[in-house]
Structures are given as C-alpha cells and as structure tokens.
Design a protein around this ligand. Sequence first.
Ligand code: NAI
Length: 252
Amino acid sequence: MSTPTRTAIVTGAARGIGAGVATRLAQDGFAVAVVDLDEVACKKVADEIAAAGGTALAVGIDVADEEAVATGVARIAEELGDPVVLVNNAGIIRDNLLFKMATSDWDAVMGVHLRGAFLMSRAAQAYMTKARWGRIVNLSSTSALGNRGQANYAAAKAGVQGFTKTLALELGKFGVTANAIAPGFIETDMTAATAERMGIGFDDFKKHMAAEIPVARTGTPADIAAAVSFFASEGAGFVSGQVLYVAGGPKD
Ligand code: NAI
C-alpha cells in the first residue's frame, strides 16, 4: 500500500531559497503550497513544479497578516490536503546601523520573520498534531550570531532559534519536529540587493565572500533545499530543536 501524498507549505517561495525548497520538496513527493506575497509570482514556480511532474498550488499570503494566514492555510488544506510540513522561509532585510535604523524597519523585519513564523506555525500545527506527524523547518541565519548593520535582522534570526526550540519542546509528543537552518551566504536576489546597495557588482561580491568561506564557494538555494529535505524526511523523526548552520564551514 502506498502512503498518501503529504502536503508541504513553503513561504517566500516565489524566488530564491524558497523556490529551491519548494522544487526539492515536490521532487521528494510532497504536494507543495508555493506561498508568497503575490500569487501571480508564485504561479511561475508552481507551474514549473507541475511541468516536471509534481503537484503544486500557488497561494498569495502575507505571512505577517493574521487574517490572510488563517484563510490561506485553510484554503491549502482544502485544495491540496492537510499541511504536515511547514517551511518558514519568507524574509526581508532592512539593513542600517542602529543609530540610523527607522522604527518602521525594525517592525517590518520582526513582522515577517517572527510574527510570520508564529502565525504560520500556529495555523499549521493544528493539522500536524491531528495527523500526529509533522515537520516545521524555520530559516534562521548566520546573522543570528551578530552582524553589523543588521540589529533588526540578527535579533529576528536569533529569535527564530528560540522559537524553534520551544516548538520542538511543545510539539514533540504529537510526532511533530521543529528545526532551524541557518544559512551563510546564499546567491539570491536578497544578496544581490546587498551587493547593489554596497555599490559592488554581484560577481565581485560573491568572489569576495567566497574567499572567507572554508569550502571556497558561496551557497545556492539547492544547498539549503538539501538540508530542508532531510529535516522533512521520515528518517529525521528523532532530530528536533536543532539549528543546522549551512554555511560552508563551522559557526558558533
Ligand atoms: P529573497 O528576498 O530572494 O526571497 C524572499 C521571499 O520572501 C520573496 O519572494 C518575498 O516576496 C517573500 N516575502 C517577503 N515578505 C513576505 C511576507 N510578508 N509574506 C510572504 N512572503 C514574503 O530571499 P532569500 O535569499 O531567498 O531568503 C530566504 C530566507 O532565507 C529568508 O528568511 C532569509 O532571511 C534567509 N536567509 C538568506 C540568506 C542569503 O544569503 N540569501 C542567508 C541566511 C538566511
């Protein structure tokens, strides 16, 4: 007897790491809800997954909006199946030195990373605990260890780690694991925007960053997707509350 298809939600999946994770989970056999702010942008990734033989649904949700999360997750359950995997990947950066950081930039970063992960996890855990099986994977960052110009983002990404460990403690008895992945430098629009803001070409920026990375290269969305794939797998059921640095070398 074959196992019924499990449904996974990936937020911030219209591009970058999220798109890579959604594609990988579809290859692993999950039906994937491709969630991002703009449903039309999600559609491109969902269509690519479908063209490759997978199952995907494009859903527009602002993860910081309580109402949108409730409606969107209920729609996913109805149209794709009860979600039992959640990857909280949606993210933004609003970098500035502390003395120049606007309150709105602090709030926006907290809103997407922390409030967003909280709202999505609270909505999705209802299906996971009911199924007595679930996997939550949260995107932290090496910036959680502190990074100049990122007081808001570093605090949020450190917060994600505490959030993850607490979910692991509360949900374990329902067969639900929670783990965090803390990427180092990954080639995406987010890091391209950082290069642009610094007035450096992206290729030069990547070369400069790679020189500091023990494996002597920058990371790709596929590197993160491989780690998510493990945490979402059947075999990872005894791994919970962990923070995995996927950064081409050791981190604290
Ligand atoms: P990206 O900027 O390329 O993609 C992020 C996606 O999240 C975008 O499609 C955006 O529309 C979506 N998003 C933003 N706010 C949203 C909201 N309120 N609701 C729904 N979707 C929303 O970023 P990238 O590089 O793919 O990053 C993905 C995650 O990985 C983020 O959480 C980021 O902080 C984290 N990360 C990235 C690193 C990198 O080097 N690129 C390093 C460490 C962590």
